[in-house]
Design a protein around this ligand. Structure first.
Ligand SMILES: Cc1cc2nc3c(=O)[nH]c(=O)nc-3n(C[C@H](O)[C@H](O)[C@H](O)COP(=O)(O)OP(=O)(O)OC[C@H]3O[C@@H](n4cnc5c(N)ncnc54)[C@H](O)[C@@H]3O)c2cc1C
Length: 453
């Protein structure tokens, strides 16, 4: 008798779950079921903001046509999972139905943090994570007549996206940020100051060093205002966006026996403590952090990498998760940000690290390069307003280049479109002046660039 193929169940149809499903299908004929309580089909979470801003419709955030799933024999279930029974390998749904699995991948992502603020469940209070958050924002802040003011609580990458969204519809917005400077626990202070300026230049009412005390309701249970903890100031508003970070979405695992801390604890093979159960993406927490990376990384590309990696293991090619050098990119209103390697805020900077910084005298452009004070080894770079070539920095980090080598060939790493102003000569001149060096920047060489890619 022919052996039935294993049934792989994946909870979560975000980037990590879907990447895992696609790669299992590429490598096997296993039975695959993907479950999501949020949406029937995979969509790009990072594109949600552009739906509100009118650049695209929600359907356009779904990269695969509907026929794709049937053609590739990936079954989709649109239901909420309420529990996992690890003794008989089944999952339970909210409607009390049950599904059995041979192997289970948990890819349930994150949820917005709520810190027990009074009023956090009122109508008109929303996160900016899920599809229904977008629907809430559309409902409570369709225009500046319905929403006379919005308040965003929590400065970070999602908070600034929400600020940009509301700004696109001319909705007056107050932005409460706990730190003394925007993203000041992540960025060096000079860069953080550039973002503060960008926010206030866009007429967003940025309040630094303040915390939310409570959200106040009107007689109908809708948001009426918020109170600031430090000053007692009351700000009238019609929408409150909670964007003070995210936490793994794992409450439904409580009684399962699957080991969790903040996230689901996994080893390098993304295996949990229970055989044949894996966790990937935002909800996974590395038992031992990889290099200087955080044990939980709530970013898109690491979710994709984990999905691909665990699919190999499930298809009998046991593969460790090796994310390589840290990189990330984001946008702060009109300023593009990229980071490669490690550049920390002053507070988190290590003793051996020295920063070289350059800032454009007029425009919102700056870079910070981190290097080792003794060995001169290049450790990382942040840029604002200048685009860089990922593969070049990846190679330079692998090859342990020195700061002098990086500056000499910096033009090769520039990825700005043709005819954009170049700044490498000014950047290198500043470094030479400050460090009494004589580095000569080389002209961009396509030959060198292509030899790296
Ligand atoms: C507004 C916004 C902008 C972002 N921008 C960037 C960016 O520019 N760059 C970047 O790197 N990252 C960005 N991120 C982060 C990135 O989107 C996430 O890291 C990534 O989407 C996580 O993917 P995931 O597959 O792990 O989880 P998710 O995308 O969260 O998918 C998990 C899915 O599982 C479902 N689920 C959860 N629990 C259950 C349950 N019990 N039953 C059934 N289904 C369940 C969820 O509803 C969800 O559909 C952004 C995030 C947001 C919210």
């Amino acid at each position: 008798m022919q052996k039935l193929e294993e049934h792989i169940v994946i909870i979560g149809n975000g980037i990590s779950g879907i990447t895992c499903a696609r790669h299992i299908r590429k490598n096997s004929n296993k039975q695959i079921t993907v479950i999501s309580g949020e949406s029937e089909y995979f969509f790009s979470r990072t594109a949600l903001m552009y739906v509100y801003m009118g650049h695209m419709k929600f359907e356009h955030t779904q990269p695969y046509e509907k026929w794709f799933w049937k053609k590739n024999k990936i079954d989709l279930i649109h239901k909420f999972v309420t529990g996992i029974n690890t003794l008989n390998n089944t999952i339970q749904f909210k409607d009390n139905s049950v599904l059995s699995f041979d192997k289970l991948v948990i890819a349930t992502g994150s949820k917005p943090n709520k810190f027990g603020w009074p009023g956090q469940e009122l109508s008109g209070v929303t996160g900016m994570y899920h599809k229904n958050d977008l629907e809430n924002i559309e409902r409570f802040a369709p225009d500046n007549k319905t929403c006379k003011r919005a308040v965003i609580v929590g400065g970070g990458l999602i908070g600034i996206e929400l600020a940009e969204m509301l700004h696109s519809r001319n909705i007056p917005t107050t932005f409460l940020v706990r730190e003394k400077s925007f993203w000041g626990n992540v960025l060096p202070s000079e860069e953080s100051a550039v973002i503060n300026k960008e926010i206030t230049d866009n007429h967003i009412d940025l309040r630094l060093g303040v915390n939310l005390k409570e959200i106040n309701a009107d007689d109908n249970g809708n948001v009426k205002s918020i109170t600031i903890a430090e000053t007692g100031e009351i700000i009238d508003c019609d929408l409150v966006g909670l964007t003070a970070g995210v936490t793994p979405n794992i409450d439904f695992l409580k009684a399962s026996g699957i080991k969790t801390a903040k996230g689901i604890i996994v080893n390098r093979y993304l295996e949990t403590n229970i055989p044949n159960i894996y966790a990937i993406g935002d909800c996974a927490e590395q038992e031992v952090a990889i290099d200087q990376r955080r044990p939980i990384e709530a970013v898109w590309y690491t979710g994709r990498m984990m999905g691909e990696t665990v699919a190999q293991t499930i298809c009998s090619k046991k593969t460790a998760y090796k994310p390589g050098h840290w990189f990330n990119s984001a946008k702060f209103l009109d300023i593009e940000y990229q980071t490669y390697g490690w550049v920390f805020s002053e507070k988190n900077k290590k003793e051996n690290e020295v920063y070289f910084q350059w800032k454009h005298p007029k425009e919102q452009k700056c870079i910070t390069i981190s290097f080792d004070k003794t060995t001169q080894q290049f450790l990382g770079i942040n840029t604002f307003g200048i685009r860089l070539r990922h593969e070049i920095f990846d190679t330079w980090l692998t090859e342990n280049k020195t700061i002098a080598q990086v500056l000499e060939y910096l033009a090769d790493a520039n990825f700005d479109p043709e005819f954009y102003k170049v700044h490498e000569p000014e950047i290198v001149a500043k470094f030479n002046l400050e460090n009494n060096t004589n580095i000569h920047p080389k002209k961009k060489s396509w030959k060198r660039i292509f030899s790296k890619s």
